[in-house]
Ligand binder design. Sequence first.
Ligand SMILES: Nc1ncnc2c1ncn2[C@@H]1O[C@H](COP(=O)(O)OP(=O)(O)OP(=O)(O)O)[C@@H](O)[C@H]1O
Length: 587
Amino acid sequence: MTDPGPDSSAPRRAVLPRSSPKLVTGLALITAIILFGVTGPLFAGDPDAINDIGLTPPGGGHVLGTTQMGQDVLAQIAYATRGSLYIGVLVGVMATVLSALFGIVGSYAGGVVDEAFSLFSNVMLVIPGLPLVIVISAFVPPEQRGAWTIAVVLAITGWAGSARVLRAQTLTLRNREYVLAARVAGEPAWRIITVEILPNLLPLLASQFVFSVIAAILSEAGLSFLGLGASNSSTLGTMLYYAQNGFALQRGAWWWFAPPGLIIALFGCGLALINFSIDEITNPKLRAVPRRIRRPRREPAPVGRPSQDVVVSVRNLSVTYGNTVRAVKDVSLEVRRGEILGLAGESGSGKTTLAYAINRLHRPPAEVTAGSVTFHHRDGGDTDMLALPSGELRAFRWSQMSVVFQGAMNSLNPVMTIRAQLEDVLTTHRPQLSRSDRRARCARALELVGVDPARLRSYPHELSGGMRQRVMIAMAMLLDPQVMIMDEPTSALDVVVQRGILREILRLRDELGFGIVLITHDLPLLLEVSDRIAVMLGGEIVECAAAEEILARPRHPYTRRLLESFPSLTGERGAFVRTGEATGGAR
Ligand SMILES: Nc1ncnc2c1ncn2[C@@H]1O[C@H](COP(=O)(O)OP(=O)(O)OP(=O)(O)O)[C@@H](O)[C@H]1O
């Protein structure tokens, strides 16, 4: 067997949830209560043993005192905790299975099955739960009212709300591309549900299970308190019932009613804390990344001010993802007013990370570890992008530096008209504009990108991919920004539409004079439209020069190989692709 090496546990560590104070506290509480419930009865004496000492406060031979019959309260609590946990888990499992069956299977099957399941869930949902539980419990004779009976009653009155939520979520998931792909690939329905859909519903199912357990323990306590609980088993609720009947409160016997109440409260609290952490555990994207309070190392102010036509200067910028990936390494570049700066490089070379960091759109675990990004205003003022308070950054971002995201045509909200989405930007950033001015600006923005303003009334699905892409560009231009960052703005479109949109962008750049950072893998396209091109490799800019210079005299071997891979540029087809030479990615 080979030695996995000292770092073999690192990837495993990366996929495990990071502990958070919430999770640790919740787990500690629940573990302690479960341990007490499971092992306590093994050590505690007989909870029903009657002693002639009567009601006694804690002390001596009885750590938590005795009931009015002289029964040991600690022993009773140990058995009662076990009983309540048993009912809670039973109900949690049954309610979760029922809600998954009616919510997930029904909505995936669709048609009559979905309608029938949905109707049944709705009927169960509108029946008031607590009165129904009381009626059913009262109907069952006390001698047959065991823990299982109570658990079944609580489960059948408590699953419908969860089923509705699961149904809504499954209806969305079943139309996702990967589910459609699995269907086209001929996977059977049971496999699609369990492999493609269920893992995405785990956070919901887990929190619904936790919620059902809490609700069951509380409801059982309520039922027992009313004398309708499980007759042949001891639970925290039955303890409270007997304490109430023995006038514990009036007699000041706090040791009789306070401990069971406290255990219920702590159990609910522990499960709620775990519930909060479930999303982070099941969804790696949501895991909180410990933020090291580390300001990027400030660079000394550049000697002299950059020339008037520079709008953004990036100096020695480094960005990392956690401690492992150095995606951008010591990058310096300038974006000039009215220029198109192309950013080329293989997949994973750090282009998107750099563009996002310039606009401070990077999210944890991405972190700027060094360098500076300065925005130079026309009036001579400078803005340190990395030091901008978040309120100012929000206002600054779209109005001075906007972004067209990768896959932008899917960024439009499907349930809002184009007009509403464009107007939203103006309402947020230009609240002083009148309604008619807003409408006129939206129409003008669409005209600029070559879309008929009549389309303002359309919903995104009524537009072609190219139109949606143009709408996103119109949205990015709506506030007359000085810089637009465009990350693969046309990659999903055919070449003719691509060229059409880029011609439009060039015309707008000439007309409005903003600078553009254009990211794409398509080097011929970059050579066609860019003024300058920066080539990235492994997180570094290995070459930055005028587009003609890059084409005529590429200096870096990687740039030369990149050019060789495009036949129309050099005539030597695909050496780069054919040899498959490793080029190195970000590390
Ligand atoms: N959330 C993340 N967590 C960890 N590493 C990441 C994350 N996002 C990106 N990376 C890593 O950062 C590096 C740079 O990624 P980035 O997306 O910036 O590259 P890119 O040049 O834009 O690639 P592409 O052209 O394929 O979009 C890659 O090694 C990538 O694996």
